[in-house]
Design a protein around this ligand. Sequence first.
Ligand code: PGA
Length: 252
Amino acid sequence: MRRPLIAGNWKMNLDREAAVSLARGVGAAAGDGEVDVLVCPTFVHLDAVAQAVNDANVHVGSQDVYFEGNGAFTGETSTDMIKDVGCTYVILGHSERRNVIGESDELICKKVHAALAAGLLPILCVGELLEQREAGQTMDVVKSQIEGSLKGVDAVQMSKIVVAYEPVWAIGTGKTASPEQAQEVHADIRSLLARLYNQELADGVRILYGGSVKPANAADLMACGDIDGALVGGASLKADSFAGIIEAAASA
Ligand code: PGA
């Protein structure tokens, strides 16, 4: 049985006070833990947010991390640093890091290994651009992102990884993939993991959907057999809309 995970990716939003207040609101909404709830604020708010959810059933994660342990890497943040301020998860290879910042599968793969070595749970994001979907290349793109980002990851390590399928054309656009479109890719990702590892492992890996998830569409998405939760951007910035998505996952 895969435990649902609802993750909020706050991106580069909120000031410290608003982040702490949102964290408290999410803590109140998280309930008794039928669903894993995660919030991912910007690095500078991790410490304050982790303290704000200390007594609640909420995990904290960062939106990225660097693969080196320490040293002369100006502007970067290490796995030990984010663990030290309370992170247990880390989002890696988000489409904004791939497409805006220019991260490659090779770099993301190094980050996946560093996160695993540090005992963090990586959320590996994959997803196609609109033109790639229109050209019928969705699964080719997703497959090459998964294979490229998971090079050298063994089955034991893979069991710690969460995959997030986020079609780039659905992120922040208000256009959600239909439950059928999402389910099709999720099932293909699970088959790919079964081929790369084994069926038992693939059946245990949580695959989240991301891209304009909101309370109004969450229940239909969560009802799909291979959708195990959501990675939520915009709708995670308000406690009540994020709470609606947590509820949808709890009753799925
Ligand atoms: P969105 O973002 O929910 O605002 O579309 C999702 C994401 O980027 O993880």
